[in-house]
Design a protein around this ligand. Structure first.
Ligand code: UDX
Length: 455
């Protein structure tokens, strides 16, 4: 008898789930994406992605056209369809707490497992507090008519927004957290095309696999905050953080990735993950082991405050009524995600200080408007900077990097620029008559002028 191909469901069609569903279909599987939000399901079924992600719309269209990818809100259909069910729902920060809000994960597993009547594997991908998988495994067994035939495994995701397809189809590594050989075998089958490309695989217990994710994100956040802490020291001494970071990056033991100084990290993962990790570690009685993550968080937040200080310094002390163009709202370029976005946070703080702020982001204006409807949004870079007393580069989109300082200079009222992401050519801006400041670099300041004079 021919072996039935594995059928896959993906619960949750947000960033992670939609990407995973599309990529699994692209690998040749029959995939059913499931969400409780009918509008998301309608959009995806008609080929529209509810977020911006390069490369994904084309792959979604191709997968829909093959008939291998469908979407539904019906958990009974999902339970009947799937052999392997990936849980990709969100674990946001709980309101009023640092802990992760588990209600969506719990609900997805309950809704699905209570309808599963045969042997199946539920695979968690969401970022969760360590210990969750064992709890969910028990929950699934209890609520499912199939009882012990429903198993649970953990397979953390590591995808970066903007590189989601690449990171899913060609990951740096795969991690399988399993409680049985059968679960490992199933995951090996599902990921066979990716494992065939010599992708490193770590097979672990459930707890270790949950920890890998938060440990990785904590390390990345720490690396960014480390270089931003060095930027603070540079600011106090007149040293140059970009040169310092470059020198460090040539040390192969340190490496240059995630060592880019600037306005710091944001997004739907790093900030909430380091907070949830601290909350969970405290519950486990090892809060002291990750207490440094609080410093990592604070260093990160201080960068935003530093931009405000710089803005105040540049305009003579008082921001009220000052017309400011805030370039960027997304938490990083090539994304329309504004969750915990440093750029939007700076715009909000400027607004609260009475500045006349105009925000422009090539992709994230609509999302930013939903979060902060009081801010004014421009439709173009030119509209944003027209008549500005001060321009702030807050998200390093190519459109901003490539802008001509001479042409921009003709639009603004005063040529003052703060480059919070080290994205611009300082010399070109200075040559075009701009007052120019960058976080952690002495450009355009007295120290820089002295240095230029010496040179
Ligand atoms: C991150 C992790 O990289 C990914 O593995 C995980 O699964 C989800 O969280 P993502 O949130 O998409 O991915 O963004 P990432 O590219 O990691 O950037 C996070 C933030 O750090 C951004 O705000 C970015 O601007 C900032 N950053 C990144 C720096 O400030 N400096 C750097 O050197 C790198």
């Amino acid at each position: 008898m021919p072996v039935q191909p594995i059928r896959i469901t993906v619960l949750g069609t947000g960033y992670l789930g939609a990407t995973h569903a599309v990529c699994m279909a692209a690998l040749g599987y029959d995939v059913l994406g499931v969400d409780v939000d009918q509008s998301k399901i309608d959009a995806l079924s008609s080929g529209t992605l509810p977020f911006f992600e390069p490369g994904l719309p084309g792959l979604l269209a191709e997968s829909l056209a093959t008939g291998r990818l469908r979407f539904t809100t019906d958990f009974a259909e999902a339970a009947a369809f799937g052999d392997v069910h990936f849980v990709c729902v969100g674990t946001p920060q709980k309101p009023g707490s640092h802990a992760a809000d588990m209600r969506y994960v719990d609900s997805a597993v309950t809704e699905l497992a209570s309808r599963i009547t045969r042997r199946a594997l539920i695979v968690g991908k969401s970022t969760v507090p360590v210990g969750t998988a064992e709890r969910l495994a028990q929950l699934a067994r209890e609520v499912s008519p199939a009882g012990d035939l429903v198993e649970l495994a953990w397979n953390p995701e590591f995808l970066r927004e903007g590189f989601a397809v690449e990171d899913t189809l060609h990951p740096d590594r795969l991690v399988f957290g399993v409680a049985s050989e059968w679960a490992e075998e199933r995951l090996r089958q599902v990921y066979a095309p990716i494992l065939a490309a010599d992708t490193p695989l770590v097979v672990a217990d459930l707890r270790t696999s949950e920890l890998v994710k938060v440990a990785a994100n904590s390390f990345l956040a720490t690396k960014i905050s480390y270089i931003n802490a060095m930027a603070e020291v540079c600011e106090a001494t007149g040293a140059d953080i970009n040169l310092l970071a470059e020198a460090l990056s040539h040390d192969a033991r340190i490496g240059g990735r995630f060592l880019k100084p600037g306005l710091g990290f944001g997004g739907g993962c790093l900030p909430k993950d380091i907070r949830a990790f601290q909350a969970r570690a405290q519950e486990l009685g090892v809060g002291h082991a990750v207490a440094f993550l609080d410093q990592v968080d604070q260093i990160n937040i201080r960068r935003r405050v530093r931009v405000l200080d710089m803005a105040r310094e540049l305009v003579g002390g008082d921001l009220s009524g000052v017309r400011i163009a805030a370039l960027g709202a997304a938490f990083k370029p090539n994304s329309d995600d504004v969750r915990d976005a440093p750029a939007l946070d700076v715009a909000r703080m400027l607004y609260l200080e009475g500045a006349d702020v105009i925000v422009y982001d090539p992709e994230a204006n609509a999302n930013a408007h939903r979060v902060y409807p009081d801010l004014v949004y421009a439709d173009s870079l030119a509209d944003a900077v027209s008549g500005a007393d001060l321009v702030l580069l807050l998200t390093e989109w190519d459109e901003f990097r490539e802008a001509d300082p001479v042409a921009l200079g003709l639009l603004v009222r005063s040529r003052r620029m703060i480059d919070a992401r080290h994205a611009l050519d300082a010399e070109a801006y200075l040559a075009a008559g701009w007052e120019f400041r960058a976080l952690g670099r002495p450009i355009g300041t007295t120290v820089d002028q002295e240095r230029r004079a010496v040179a």
